[in-house]
Write a protein that binds this ligand. Structure first.
Ligand SMILES: [Cu+2]
Length: 191
């Protein structure tokens, strides 16, 4: 898998990895904590780079930090956001990223009594100036291949996708979120 060279903001760098004040990493902590993980360059349907997402494995799940700039004013509002099952944003409408990560065939939706599926994340709000900043945490995937949840770095990788519309967190298959607006292939981050 290609290694994505991306500069992590100072506030995101975990102690023990880089930084003059960092303590040495404790090997006993294992890779789940010591590795800050992964990143995705986010592109829109014009294939313009409009932001990035950083993925960090924590003790119970993956913390995702999203920063976007330069989206059109028409994109203002809430956008359904999911983890899709193939690390491929190459085609025009981003359907190359496959469906949701959902190996057990669960129902879609963070508020669905029969859900959520492993792809489900909270909506992200884009401001009228085309910017967004958000963090989300999911215990339903991993960056380290731990038991019981899908590995984002499986054989065909994974992608993060923001849809055109909000996700109602209940309706199958994607909460009415509509077409795919932004896509990013999740890659190992070189720090
Ligand atoms: Cu989706």
């Amino acid at each position: 898998m290609a290694v994505l060279r991306i500069a992590l903001p100072a506030f995101l760098v975990l102690g023990g990895i880089t930084g003059a004040c960092a303590q040495p990493a404790d090997p006993a902590e294992g890779p789940a904590i010591a590795s800050a993980g992964a990143a995705a360059i986010l592109i829109d349907r014009n294939r313009e780079e409009i932001g990035r997402a950083i993925f960090q494995q924590g003790p119970t799940g993956v913390l995702i930090t999203i920063e976007m700039d330069g989206l059109p004013e028409s994109a203002a509002g809430w956008h359904g956001t999911h983890l899709h099952s193939i690390g491929d944003c190459s085609n025009e409408d981003f359907t190359s990223s496959g469906g949701h990560i959902n190996p057990d065939g669960r129902s879609h939706g963070l508020l669905n009594p029969d859900g959520p599926d492993n792809a489900d994340l909270p909506n992200i709000f884009v401001h009228a100036d085309g910017t967004a900043r958000a963090q989300a945490h999911t215990t339903m995937v991993s960056l380290d291949g731990r038991d019981g949840v899908p590995h984002l770095f499986d054989s065909d990788g994974s992608a993060i996708v923001l849809h055109d519309n909000p996700d109602d967190h209940v309706s199958p298959p994607i909460g009415g979120a509509g077409a795919r607006h932004v896509c990013g292939v999740i890659e190992v981050a070189d720090q």
